[in-house]
Structure formats: structure tokens, C-alpha cells
Design a protein around this ligand. Structure first.
Ligand SMILES: *Cc1c(COP(=O)(O)O)cnc(C)c1O
Length: 396
């Protein structure tokens, strides 16, 4: 017998979570509705008392059949008990963090974070009485040292944006457990295919579905996954009552994105490894950062914690900002864009875009040097990408 949970990811991502209407459509339907009608007042009362189980719904702010299919398919892939979808990756992260803290609590986070995530822990939460400490995430001992009696959340991202440094998830999960704190992992850079934070001890995993899950530059979305208790409790309540909800249409786009996620990510990662190898040997490149390249300072951890590299490569061009701009501006195939995980290869200069709001000192602390570029490798032919970079570097 074929239990959905025992199938390989490729199969799960084509069939998992599908609910067919009375028409028995092959492809998943879009339920573009906000509300639901009930057969009786008694039914409505029972529904609002949570006495009626799925697939019953009462309002699309927090439950909709297309959203359900996306959540269930992602939960299968992640090996999570439950999931909730959000309008964006940032609303998913904000909900995951906020749902676990209240005034007087403390958060420990790794310093190297996606700009918006760093804003949430460093600026937003303190406004509501939740203090935070940012640490260098490369050494787990730094988390241990930052823990306080009121620490309720550790928040990390690994590999980190934009420098692709790693955090040892299992080691940090142990520290969180020992202190009664919840570990939240933003798993965008590794994807659910290559890294399983819940299996390594994390409590909640978040994704910007805008990235590899859509992967074709069409829709924003986010998702939080974890135990039934956490997801159906605090996470669901905050989503339900504050409403950063995913549109059913976007849920459908993301659901269809999941069908091709394994072949896209596999292809993009193979190309990224080739591009990393090319860049590592180029005389105009100071250094690269790629988790599965032997030059990565945490190569051993990468091999232990991740099933494969990443679709992203960080590179530092010799000659600082001017050289980095010259390279980017000379590319013909690779586009200048701050998105990532897309079918189209995208390059960005974090120092002047995603991390421009930080001071030079803060940027350098996070490894964001003037010559640093972040390259998201897409689905183009790897040799064309290498030729593009070769020409770009010749113009530096
Ligand atoms: C893009 C991204 C986010 C935010 O996602 P949006 O969908 O753009 O809101 C959060 N974390 C990481 C690591 C990301 O790359």
C-alpha cells in the first residue's frame, strides 16, 4: 500500500494533498472564494466551535481548499505535522516569531539574516517589549552565551543571506531545548529538499515561497511548518485574527510550482556548483562562498547538515564596489535583481541594495564587503552562464 508519507519527494510534490471536487479535475482547482455557505444554523454553530473537521471551512482568511492543498503538500515534503500559508515570506517569519513571544521575552538571533528578518528581531520586536541579542551564528557557543532566563526564541537562517555562512542547526536546537526556547529556522536558501530543520531539532520552519517554491517570478507567498500543537495553536490564531493571508490564486501558483520544484532545484544546484568552481579559480575573484565547495570554511558542517549545495553562490570581486558594478553591468544573460531562486539567473550587490540601510560597520560584521555579489543561479545552460561571467569579469 502506498502511504502518501512514504513516497519520494518528487511523487509527493505532484500528488500530495490533492483534493478533487465533484468534477474530478486532474490539475488542482482554484477556489477563488472568500466565504462558505452552510446547510443549517446548527452546522454553522458546530463549525465555529471547531466540531466539524476538514474539509469544512468558514472563511478564506484562514482556510480555503486551495490553501489546504498547498499546506498539505508542503507538510508532506517537510515531514511536518502541520503548516499555515501566508501572503509573503516576511509575514510567515513575522508570524512565526510573534506567535512565540510576549512583552518581557527575549530573542537570540544570528546576525547574518535576510534584511526583513533582521528588522523584525532587531527593530520591530523591541518596540513591543521583546528584546533581542544578535550573535555571530557560525559558532554555536555564541548562542549559549547570549541565552537569558527569558529567552523564548532562537531565530536562524542557514545558509545565510547573502554570504552563505552556515549555522549548526542540531547544536543550536540542543541549546534552545536546554533553555526551554523555540528554535525557528528560515530554510529558504537550502530549500526543503536539501535540509530538514525539524529532523535536526527545530520547532518551526519558515519559507518565502516567493523563492524556489514559485521559482518563476510570478507570486509572493510564505509558509510556516511544525508540530500540530504549535501550528494549530499560536500560529493559526495569529494568522486567523490578524489576516496576513495567502490569496487562493497565489496558493494555486505555488502548488503548481511544487510539482517542478525537485527538477528545477536539482538543475539549478548542479549549475551553481559548476559556476562556483569556475569563479573559485578566476584571478579577479577574491573568494567565493558555496556550501559544497571545499573552500567553504564550514564545508564539513555543510556535508553533515545539507543533502546538496545551494542554488546561490556568493562571490567577492577584487576591486570593491566599482569592480562588482562593472561585472554586474556587463552581464547579458544574468539579470540584476534582488530576488532569488528564480528560473532566471539573478545577481545582486547586497551592500547597496538589500543591506544598504545598515552602516558600513554593521555590513562588514556580516561579511558584506564592497566587492560582494550574490548570484542566484537559474535554469539557463550552465556554460552560457559561465561565458556570461567570463565576459563580465573581462570588463572589470
Ligand atoms: C525573500 C526572503 C524572505 C522574505 O520573503 P518575501 O516572500 O519576499 O516576503 C525571508 N527570508 C529569506 C531568507 C528570504 O530569502
Amino acid at each position: 500500500m502506498s502511504d502518501e508519507k512514504n513516497r519520494a519527494p518528487a511523487t509527493m510534490l505532484v500528488h500530495g494533498g490533492t483534493q478533487r471536487s465533484q468534477f474530478k479535475e486532474t490539475s488542482e482547482a482554484i477556489f477563488m472564494n472568500s466565504g462558505y455557505s452552510y446547510p443549517s444554523s446548527q452546522y454553522a454553530e458546530d463549525l465555529f466551535l471547531n466540531k466539524i473537521n476538514k474539509p469544512a471551512h468558514n472563511y478564506s482568511r484562514f482556510a480555503n481548499p486551495t490553501m489546504d492543498m498547498f499546506q498539505d503538500r508542503m507538510a508532506l515534503l517537510e515531514g511536518a505535522e502541520a503548516a499555515r500559508a501566508f501572503a509573503t515570506g516576511m509575514s510567515a517569519v513575522t508570524n512565526a516569531v510573534m506567535s512565540q513571544v510576549r512583552a518581557g521575552d527575549h530573542i537570540v538571533a544570528a546576525r547574518a539574516l535576510f534584511g526583513g528578518c533582521r528588522y523584525v528581531v532587531e527593530d520591530l520586536m523591541p518596540r513591543f517589549g521583546v528584546s533581542s541579542t544578535l550573535v555571530d551564528g557560525r559558532d554555536p557557543a555564541n548562542f549559549e552565551r547570549a541565552m537569558q532566563p527569558n529567552t523564548k526564541v532562537i531565530f536562524i537562517e542557514t545558509p545565510t543571506n547573502p554570504t552563505l555562512e552556515l549555522v549548526d542547526i542540531a547544536a543550536v536546537a540542543k541549546i534552545a531545548k536546554a533553555h526551554g526556547a523555540k528554535l525557528i529556522v528560515d530554510n529558504v536558501f537550502a530549500t526543503a529538499l536539501f535540509q530538514k530543520p525539524l529532523q535536526l531539532g527545530a520547532d518551526l520552519v519558515t519559507y518565502s515561497a516567493t523563492k524556489h517554491i514559485d521559482g518563476q517570478g510570478r507570486a509572493l507567498g510564505g509558509i510556516v511548518l511544525g508540530s500540530k500543537a504549535l501550528i494549530e495553536g499560536d500560529v493559526h490564531t495569529l494568522l486567523r485574527q490578524t489576516g496576513p493571508s495567502l490569496s487562493p490564486f497565489n496558493a494555486w501558483v505555488l502548488l503548481k510550482g511544487l510539482e517542478t520544484l525537485p527538477i528545477r532545484v536539482k538543475q539549478m544546484t548542479e549549475s551553481a556548483a559548476k559556476v562556483a568552481e569556475f569563479l573559485a579559480g578566476h584571478p579577479k575573484i577574491e573568494r567565493i562562498s558555496y556550501p559544497f565547495h571545499p573552500s567553504h570554511p564550514q564545508y564539513e558542517l555543510a556535508k553533515r547538515q545539507m543533502a546538496s549545495g545551494s542554488t546561490l553562490v556568493a562571490l567577492e570581486v577584487k576591486g570593491g564596489r566599482e569592480a562588482a558594478f562593472a561585472l554586474s553591468d556587463s552581464l547579458a544573460v544574468i539579470l540584476i535583481s534582488n530576488n532569488l531562486g528564480d528560473a532566471k539567473s539573478l545577481i545582486t550587490h547586497p551592500g547597496t541594495t538589500t543591506h544598504a540601510r545598515f552602516t558600513e560597520e554593521v555590513r562588514l560584521e556580516s561579511g558584506i564587503t564592497p566587492g560582494l555579489l550574490r548570484l542566484s543561479v537559474g535554469l539557463e545552460d550552465a556554460d552560457d552562464l559561465i561565458r556570461d561571467l567570463e565576459y563580465g569579469l573581462s570588463q572589470v
